[in-house]
Design a protein around this ligand. Structure first.
Ligand SMILES: CC(C)(COP(=O)(O)OP(=O)(O)OC[C@H]1O[C@@H](n2cnc3c(N)ncnc32)[C@H](O)[C@@H]1OP(=O)(O)O)[C@@H](O)C(=O)NCCC(=O)NCCS
Length: 333
Protein backbone atom coordinates (compact mmCIF):
# COMPACT_ATOMS: atom_id res chain seq x y z
CA UNK A 1 0.00 0.00 0.00
CA UNK A 2 1.41 3.39 -1.03
CA UNK A 3 1.51 5.91 1.80
CA UNK A 4 0.33 9.40 0.92
CA UNK A 5 1.83 12.75 1.79
CA UNK A 6 0.97 16.44 1.47
CA UNK A 7 3.15 17.38 -1.49
CA UNK A 8 2.17 21.02 -1.84
CA UNK A 9 0.06 23.83 -0.41
CA UNK A 10 -1.14 27.14 -1.78
CA UNK A 11 -3.54 29.93 -1.00
CA UNK A 12 -5.00 33.12 -2.33
CA UNK A 13 -6.75 35.97 -0.53
CA UNK A 14 -8.28 38.91 -2.40
CA UNK A 15 -6.41 42.21 -1.90
CA UNK A 16 -9.24 44.34 -0.47
CA UNK A 17 -8.83 44.69 3.31
CA UNK A 18 -12.03 45.27 5.29
CA UNK A 19 -11.48 46.56 8.84
CA UNK A 20 -13.90 46.37 11.74
CA UNK A 21 -14.59 50.05 11.11
CA UNK A 22 -15.68 49.17 7.56
CA UNK A 23 -17.93 46.46 9.02
CA UNK A 24 -19.48 49.10 11.28
CA UNK A 25 -20.75 50.80 8.11
CA UNK A 26 -22.58 47.59 7.15
CA UNK A 27 -24.31 46.87 10.47
CA UNK A 28 -24.93 47.96 14.03
CA UNK A 29 -21.74 46.78 15.79
CA UNK A 30 -18.46 48.09 17.18
CA UNK A 31 -14.75 47.45 16.82
CA UNK A 32 -14.68 46.84 20.57
CA UNK A 33 -17.36 44.10 20.40
CA UNK A 34 -15.71 42.37 17.45
CA UNK A 35 -12.20 42.42 18.92
CA UNK A 36 -13.29 41.41 22.40
CA UNK A 37 -15.64 38.58 21.33
CA UNK A 38 -13.84 37.25 18.25
CA UNK A 39 -10.31 38.70 18.06
CA UNK A 40 -10.89 39.61 14.39
CA UNK A 41 -9.41 42.96 13.27
CA UNK A 42 -9.44 42.62 9.50
CA UNK A 43 -10.71 40.32 6.79
CA UNK A 44 -10.52 40.29 2.97
CA UNK A 45 -13.51 40.73 0.71
CA UNK A 46 -13.48 39.91 -2.99
CA UNK A 47 -14.78 42.35 -5.57
CA UNK A 48 -18.29 41.80 -6.93
CA UNK A 49 -18.37 39.17 -9.66
CA UNK A 50 -15.55 37.04 -8.21
CA UNK A 51 -16.76 33.51 -7.51
CA UNK A 52 -15.46 30.68 -5.35
CA UNK A 53 -14.01 28.95 -8.42
CA UNK A 54 -12.02 32.11 -9.31
CA UNK A 55 -10.32 32.24 -5.91
CA UNK A 56 -10.06 28.44 -5.84
CA UNK A 57 -8.28 28.30 -9.21
CA UNK A 58 -5.56 30.69 -7.99
CA UNK A 59 -5.00 28.70 -4.79
CA UNK A 60 -5.05 25.42 -6.74
CA UNK A 61 -2.41 26.58 -9.23
CA UNK A 62 -0.19 27.77 -6.35
CA UNK A 63 -0.50 24.39 -4.59
CA UNK A 64 0.26 22.43 -7.75
CA UNK A 65 3.33 24.56 -8.43
CA UNK A 66 4.42 24.17 -4.80
CA UNK A 67 4.05 20.39 -5.13
CA UNK A 68 6.40 20.43 -8.10
CA UNK A 69 4.01 18.60 -10.39
CA UNK A 70 2.23 19.62 -13.59
CA UNK A 71 -1.50 20.32 -13.48
CA UNK A 72 -2.18 17.44 -15.85
CA UNK A 73 -0.73 15.04 -13.29
CA UNK A 74 -3.73 15.71 -11.03
CA UNK A 75 -6.14 12.82 -11.42
CA UNK A 76 -8.85 13.71 -8.88
CA UNK A 77 -10.27 17.06 -7.79
CA UNK A 78 -12.08 17.54 -4.47
CA UNK A 79 -13.77 20.88 -3.89
CA UNK A 80 -15.46 22.27 -0.78
CA UNK A 81 -17.44 25.52 -0.61
CA UNK A 82 -20.49 26.88 1.18
CA UNK A 83 -20.48 29.74 -1.30
CA UNK A 84 -20.43 27.88 -4.64
CA UNK A 85 -20.50 29.72 -7.98
CA UNK A 86 -24.08 28.59 -8.62
CA UNK A 87 -26.77 26.53 -6.89
CA UNK A 88 -25.93 23.59 -9.17
CA UNK A 89 -24.05 21.80 -10.53
CA UNK A 90 -21.36 21.70 -7.89
CA UNK A 91 -18.57 24.23 -7.75
CA UNK A 92 -15.99 21.52 -8.56
CA UNK A 93 -17.22 21.49 -12.17
CA UNK A 94 -16.70 25.22 -12.58
CA UNK A 95 -13.27 24.97 -10.98
CA UNK A 96 -12.38 21.99 -13.16
CA UNK A 97 -13.16 24.04 -16.27
CA UNK A 98 -10.99 26.93 -15.10
CA UNK A 99 -8.08 24.58 -14.38
CA UNK A 100 -8.40 22.82 -17.76
CA UNK A 101 -8.74 19.44 -16.04
CA UNK A 102 -11.54 18.06 -18.22
CA UNK A 103 -12.00 14.32 -17.98
CA UNK A 104 -10.78 13.57 -14.45
CA UNK A 105 -13.20 12.71 -11.64
CA UNK A 106 -14.38 15.48 -9.35
CA UNK A 107 -16.13 15.58 -5.99
CA UNK A 108 -18.06 18.38 -4.37
CA UNK A 109 -18.08 17.84 -0.65
CA UNK A 110 -20.23 19.82 1.76
CA UNK A 111 -18.33 19.66 5.00
CA UNK A 112 -18.34 23.39 5.82
CA UNK A 113 -15.32 24.42 7.93
CA UNK A 114 -14.04 20.81 8.00
CA UNK A 115 -13.72 20.56 4.21
CA UNK A 116 -9.94 20.18 4.25
CA UNK A 117 -10.00 17.40 6.86
CA UNK A 118 -12.55 15.40 4.86
CA UNK A 119 -10.85 16.25 1.55
CA UNK A 120 -7.44 15.07 2.74
CA UNK A 121 -9.03 11.92 4.15
CA UNK A 122 -10.60 11.13 0.77
CA UNK A 123 -7.31 11.85 -1.00
CA UNK A 124 -5.37 9.65 1.42
CA UNK A 125 -7.74 6.74 0.89
CA UNK A 126 -7.84 7.05 -2.91
CA UNK A 127 -4.05 7.12 -3.05
CA UNK A 128 -3.59 4.23 -0.61
CA UNK A 129 -6.09 2.18 -2.63
CA UNK A 130 -4.02 2.83 -5.74
CA UNK A 131 -6.96 4.44 -7.54
CA UNK A 132 -5.30 7.85 -7.90
CA UNK A 133 -1.82 9.34 -7.67
CA UNK A 134 -2.29 13.09 -7.25
CA UNK A 135 -5.40 14.49 -5.59
CA UNK A 136 -6.03 18.23 -5.52
CA UNK A 137 -8.18 19.42 -2.60
CA UNK A 138 -9.49 22.98 -2.88
CA UNK A 139 -11.48 24.92 -0.30
CA UNK A 140 -12.75 28.31 -1.43
CA UNK A 141 -15.23 30.79 0.01
CA UNK A 142 -16.76 34.13 -0.92
CA UNK A 143 -18.51 34.67 2.40
CA UNK A 144 -18.76 38.41 1.76
CA UNK A 145 -21.64 37.51 -0.56
CA UNK A 146 -23.56 36.20 2.45
CA UNK A 147 -23.29 39.07 4.90
CA UNK A 148 -26.53 40.00 6.64
CA UNK A 149 -26.29 43.12 8.77
CA UNK A 150 -29.68 42.59 10.44
CA UNK A 151 -30.04 41.99 14.18
CA UNK A 152 -30.35 38.23 13.56
CA UNK A 153 -27.43 38.01 11.14
CA UNK A 154 -24.79 40.24 12.66
CA UNK A 155 -23.42 37.75 15.21
CA UNK A 156 -21.85 35.69 12.41
CA UNK A 157 -21.51 38.38 9.75
CA UNK A 158 -18.77 40.18 11.71
CA UNK A 159 -16.53 37.13 11.31
CA UNK A 160 -16.79 36.52 7.59
CA UNK A 161 -13.95 36.83 5.10
CA UNK A 162 -13.06 35.55 1.60
CA UNK A 163 -10.20 33.40 0.38
CA UNK A 164 -9.10 30.01 -0.88
CA UNK A 165 -6.58 27.35 0.07
CA UNK A 166 -5.51 24.13 -1.59
CA UNK A 167 -3.35 21.09 -1.01
CA UNK A 168 -1.95 18.44 -3.32
CA UNK A 169 -1.81 14.97 -1.83
CA UNK A 170 0.29 12.36 -3.58
CA UNK A 171 2.36 9.21 -3.06
CA UNK A 172 5.23 9.44 -0.57
CA UNK A 173 8.67 8.18 -1.54
CA UNK A 174 10.00 8.74 1.98
CA UNK A 175 8.56 6.28 4.54
CA UNK A 176 8.79 8.87 7.36
CA UNK A 177 6.92 11.66 5.56
CA UNK A 178 3.28 10.70 5.28
CA UNK A 179 -0.28 11.22 6.44
CA UNK A 180 -0.44 9.26 9.68
CA UNK A 181 -4.15 9.47 10.35
CA UNK A 182 -7.37 11.14 9.30
CA UNK A 183 -10.25 10.95 11.78
CA UNK A 184 -13.75 12.07 10.75
CA UNK A 185 -16.80 12.87 12.86
CA UNK A 186 -20.23 14.43 12.42
CA UNK A 187 -23.41 14.92 14.44
CA UNK A 188 -26.40 15.99 12.41
CA UNK A 189 -28.50 16.59 15.51
CA UNK A 190 -26.77 19.99 15.68
CA UNK A 191 -27.44 20.90 12.05
CA UNK A 192 -29.73 23.82 12.80
CA UNK A 193 -27.39 25.53 15.27
CA UNK A 194 -25.76 27.18 12.25
CA UNK A 195 -27.63 26.87 8.97
CA UNK A 196 -29.25 28.59 6.04
CA UNK A 197 -32.88 27.55 5.61
CA UNK A 198 -33.50 28.57 1.99
CA UNK A 199 -33.43 27.70 -0.83
CA UNK A 200 -34.50 24.19 0.10
CA UNK A 201 -36.91 21.31 -0.36
CA UNK A 202 -37.91 21.09 3.33
CA UNK A 203 -39.54 24.47 3.71
CA UNK A 204 -43.07 23.09 4.04
CA UNK A 205 -44.27 24.07 0.55
CA UNK A 206 -43.60 23.34 -3.09
CA UNK A 207 -41.29 26.22 -4.07
CA UNK A 208 -37.55 26.02 -3.54
CA UNK A 209 -37.24 29.76 -3.01
CA UNK A 210 -39.78 32.56 -2.64
CA UNK A 211 -39.66 36.31 -2.32
CA UNK A 212 -40.81 35.83 1.26
CA UNK A 213 -37.64 33.79 1.99
CA UNK A 214 -35.60 36.78 0.88
CA UNK A 215 -37.70 39.21 2.92
CA UNK A 216 -37.52 37.01 6.03
CA UNK A 217 -33.73 36.56 5.73
CA UNK A 218 -33.99 32.76 5.30
CA UNK A 219 -31.23 32.88 2.68
CA UNK A 220 -28.70 33.98 5.32
CA UNK A 221 -26.77 32.10 8.00
CA UNK A 222 -28.53 31.88 11.32
CA UNK A 223 -26.33 30.91 14.23
CA UNK A 224 -26.94 30.03 17.84
CA UNK A 225 -23.57 31.52 18.83
CA UNK A 226 -23.27 29.93 22.26
CA UNK A 227 -24.09 26.42 21.06
CA UNK A 228 -21.64 26.68 18.18
CA UNK A 229 -18.96 28.12 20.45
CA UNK A 230 -19.32 25.44 23.11
CA UNK A 231 -19.46 22.56 20.63
CA UNK A 232 -16.56 23.96 18.61
CA UNK A 233 -14.30 24.17 21.65
CA UNK A 234 -15.31 20.74 22.94
CA UNK A 235 -15.02 18.95 19.59
CA UNK A 236 -11.75 20.52 18.46
CA UNK A 237 -10.14 19.96 21.88
CA UNK A 238 -11.42 16.36 21.80
CA UNK A 239 -10.08 15.87 18.27
CA UNK A 240 -6.59 16.86 19.45
CA UNK A 241 -6.56 14.28 22.25
CA UNK A 242 -8.14 11.64 20.00
CA UNK A 243 -5.48 12.02 17.31
CA UNK A 244 -2.63 11.92 19.83
CA UNK A 245 -4.06 8.80 21.44
CA UNK A 246 -4.74 7.05 18.13
CA UNK A 247 -1.12 7.60 17.10
CA UNK A 248 0.44 6.87 20.51
CA UNK A 249 1.87 10.40 20.74
CA UNK A 250 1.95 13.28 23.21
CA UNK A 251 1.77 17.05 22.61
CA UNK A 252 5.57 17.18 22.85
CA UNK A 253 5.79 15.13 19.65
CA UNK A 254 3.77 17.67 17.65
CA UNK A 255 5.70 20.49 15.94
CA UNK A 256 2.67 22.57 14.98
CA UNK A 257 -1.04 22.61 15.66
CA UNK A 258 -2.96 24.20 12.79
CA UNK A 259 -6.61 24.60 13.80
CA UNK A 260 -9.61 25.96 11.91
CA UNK A 261 -9.55 29.73 12.47
CA UNK A 262 -13.12 30.06 13.78
CA UNK A 263 -12.48 32.91 16.18
CA UNK A 264 -9.68 33.83 18.54
CA UNK A 265 -11.68 33.27 21.70
CA UNK A 266 -12.45 29.73 20.61
CA UNK A 267 -8.77 29.10 19.86
CA UNK A 268 -7.75 30.47 23.25
CA UNK A 269 -10.30 28.24 24.97
CA UNK A 270 -8.97 25.20 23.06
CA UNK A 271 -5.40 26.03 24.09
CA UNK A 272 -6.49 26.43 27.70
CA UNK A 273 -8.54 23.23 27.73
CA UNK A 274 -5.83 21.07 26.13
CA UNK A 275 -2.76 22.76 27.59
CA UNK A 276 -1.27 22.85 24.09
CA UNK A 277 1.85 25.09 24.03
CA UNK A 278 0.67 28.38 22.54
CA UNK A 279 3.87 28.94 20.54
CA UNK A 280 3.14 25.79 18.53
CA UNK A 281 -0.35 26.94 17.51
CA UNK A 282 -0.69 28.79 14.20
CA UNK A 283 -3.14 31.70 14.34
CA UNK A 284 -4.08 34.19 11.61
CA UNK A 285 -7.75 34.83 12.44
CA UNK A 286 -7.03 38.45 13.45
CA UNK A 287 -6.02 39.18 9.86
CA UNK A 288 -8.53 37.14 7.86
CA UNK A 289 -11.56 36.51 10.06
CA UNK A 290 -13.37 33.21 9.57
CA UNK A 291 -13.25 31.95 5.96
CA UNK A 292 -15.10 28.69 6.66
CA UNK A 293 -13.44 25.80 4.79
CA UNK A 294 -10.69 28.01 3.37
CA UNK A 295 -9.39 29.02 6.81
CA UNK A 296 -7.53 25.76 7.48
CA UNK A 297 -5.68 25.36 4.14
CA UNK A 298 -4.77 29.05 4.17
CA UNK A 299 -3.41 28.63 7.70
CA UNK A 300 -1.41 25.55 6.68
CA UNK A 301 -0.01 27.32 3.63
CA UNK A 302 0.95 30.40 5.67
CA UNK A 303 2.44 28.26 8.46
CA UNK A 304 4.73 26.68 5.85
CA UNK A 305 5.65 30.04 4.35
CA UNK A 306 6.42 31.40 7.84
CA UNK A 307 8.74 28.44 8.51
CA UNK A 308 6.65 27.20 11.42
CA UNK A 309 5.96 24.03 9.40
CA UNK A 310 9.06 22.63 7.69
CA UNK A 311 9.85 19.47 5.76
CA UNK A 312 9.69 16.69 8.35
CA UNK A 313 7.49 18.64 10.79
CA UNK A 314 4.71 16.71 12.47
CA UNK A 315 1.54 18.76 11.98
CA UNK A 316 -1.81 18.24 13.62
CA UNK A 317 -4.81 19.88 11.91
CA UNK A 318 -8.23 20.05 13.55
CA UNK A 319 -11.47 21.63 12.39
CA UNK A 320 -15.09 22.05 13.39
CA UNK A 321 -17.98 23.35 11.35
CA UNK A 322 -21.71 23.52 10.97
CA UNK A 323 -23.39 20.17 10.61
CA UNK A 324 -21.83 19.61 13.12
CA UNK A 325 -18.76 18.19 11.43
CA UNK A 326 -15.28 17.86 12.87
CA UNK A 327 -12.09 15.81 12.77
CA UNK A 328 -8.32 15.77 12.51
CA UNK A 329 -5.44 15.09 10.15
CA UNK A 330 -2.00 14.19 11.46
CA UNK A 331 0.73 14.50 8.85
CA UNK A 332 4.51 14.35 8.75
CA UNK A 333 5.29 17.01 6.13
C1 LIG B 1 -20.72 35.29 17.81
C2 LIG B 1 -20.44 35.54 19.28
C3 LIG B 1 -19.24 36.44 19.43
C4 LIG B 1 -21.63 36.20 19.89
O1 LIG B 1 -21.49 36.26 21.28
P1 LIG B 1 -22.68 35.77 22.21
O2 LIG B 1 -22.44 36.30 23.56
O3 LIG B 1 -22.89 34.32 22.03
O4 LIG B 1 -23.85 36.55 21.49
P2 LIG B 1 -25.39 36.42 21.63
O5 LIG B 1 -25.92 36.05 20.30
O6 LIG B 1 -25.79 35.59 22.81
O7 LIG B 1 -25.70 37.91 21.95
C5 LIG B 1 -25.22 38.58 23.09
C6 LIG B 1 -25.42 40.04 22.86
O8 LIG B 1 -24.48 40.51 21.89
C7 LIG B 1 -25.18 41.16 20.85
N1 LIG B 1 -24.49 40.98 19.57
C8 LIG B 1 -24.44 39.86 18.81
N2 LIG B 1 -23.72 40.12 17.73
C9 LIG B 1 -23.32 41.40 17.80
C10 LIG B 1 -22.55 42.23 16.97
N3 LIG B 1 -22.05 41.79 15.82
N4 LIG B 1 -22.31 43.49 17.38
C11 LIG B 1 -22.80 43.95 18.52
N5 LIG B 1 -23.55 43.21 19.35
C12 LIG B 1 -23.80 41.96 19.00
C13 LIG B 1 -26.53 40.53 20.83
O9 LIG B 1 -27.48 41.37 20.21
C14 LIG B 1 -26.81 40.34 22.29
O10 LIG B 1 -27.24 41.54 22.85
P3 LIG B 1 -28.63 41.57 23.63
O11 LIG B 1 -28.46 40.61 24.76
O12 LIG B 1 -28.72 43.00 24.04
O13 LIG B 1 -29.66 41.14 22.63
C15 LIG B 1 -20.19 34.21 20.04
O14 LIG B 1 -21.36 33.48 20.16
C16 LIG B 1 -19.23 33.34 19.35
O15 LIG B 1 -18.07 33.64 19.25
N6 LIG B 1 -19.72 32.17 18.87
C17 LIG B 1 -18.94 31.26 18.05
C18 LIG B 1 -19.13 31.70 16.69
C19 LIG B 1 -18.20 31.10 15.72
O16 LIG B 1 -17.02 31.11 15.88
N7 LIG B 1 -18.74 30.56 14.67
C20 LIG B 1 -18.00 30.00 13.65
C21 LIG B 1 -18.19 28.54 13.70
S1 LIG B 1 -17.08 27.67 12.76
Amino acid sequence: MTASRILGTGHYVPPRVVTNFDVMKMMETSDEFIVERTGVRRRRHAEAGIGASDLGALAARAAVENAGIALDQVDLLVMNSITPDHADPGCAFFLQGKLGLSGIGVFDIRQQCSGLIYGISLADHFIKAGTCRHVLVVCSEVLSSRIDGSYDGRNISILLGDGAGAVVVGPSNDPRRKILSTILHADGSGAKALYTAAPGSALGRKEHLTKEDLDAGRVYFRMDGKTVYENGVEKMAGAIFESLQANGLTMDDIDALVPHQANLRMLEAIIERTGFPQEKVFVNVEEYGNIASASLPIALSEARQAGMVKPGSLVLMVAFGSGFVWGSVLARM
